[in-house]
Design a protein around this ligand. Sequence first.
Ligand code: 6PG
Length: 246
Amino acid sequence: MSSKEVPGQLVTEKDHAGVTREGANRIEAALKAAVAARGHASLALSGGNTPRGAYATLAQASGIDWSKVDIFWVDERAVPPGDDRSNYRWAKATLLDNARMDPAKVHRMPADASDLEAAAKSYEKTLRDHVAGDAEAVPVIDVMVLGVGDDGHTASLFPGDRAVDVTDRSVVAVGAQHGLEARLTLTRPVIQRSRLVLILVQGGEKRAALARAWAATGDVHETPSRLLRDCKGEVVWIVDQAAAPP
Ligand code: 6PG
């Protein structure tokens, strides 16, 4: 497959260290540009293993005025915030604590709530209160970090799940499935409206999923990361050599 078919810009790195460095550099540059242009910035974080190094590197970046950056989550698992499976826990350990971020700027997704539907609605309000919406009132996030699962999921939009089709909500609850806990996730329109989407992918087990995400034809319900083909903003795939399809 030629890189011309990739929906967006493709940056191929030798290894995970390269993905980490490039990911951190791009997030830093985009946050600084957003603050310079509009006086503030919003950053939405994914979980998973891949971006942890980039978050830790970002915490050391000089010149980001964190008092002007609001932090959100792309998705969160229904576990307590200190749990090893919590996306908040890892962002806190790698980025939030090291950058000494003001807790008022950190907007944790409350997926540990007993009523996940109510929690999704409350996070929609959080987004509305802190992020300006476009003409259709969809919040426009400056920088969104995403990953891709072996099965082609992105955020917590999984193959075959109805959440992939939701366009009238910005946050939804996703039921427990495939042995995974229930979750909250941002929806397709919020992802597609972000000014910059950075997708960090590493490891050979992701290669088949990336090939399906990048193929000229395919089904978004089978491979939800295909929704990244219809983004309005800039899309950058930062992929290591093992994950990059030939
Ligand atoms: C999550 C995610 C998810 C993740 C991918 C890739 O909470 O699970 O946000 O969408 O980005 O599953 O995860 P890895 O980086 O661990 O491969």
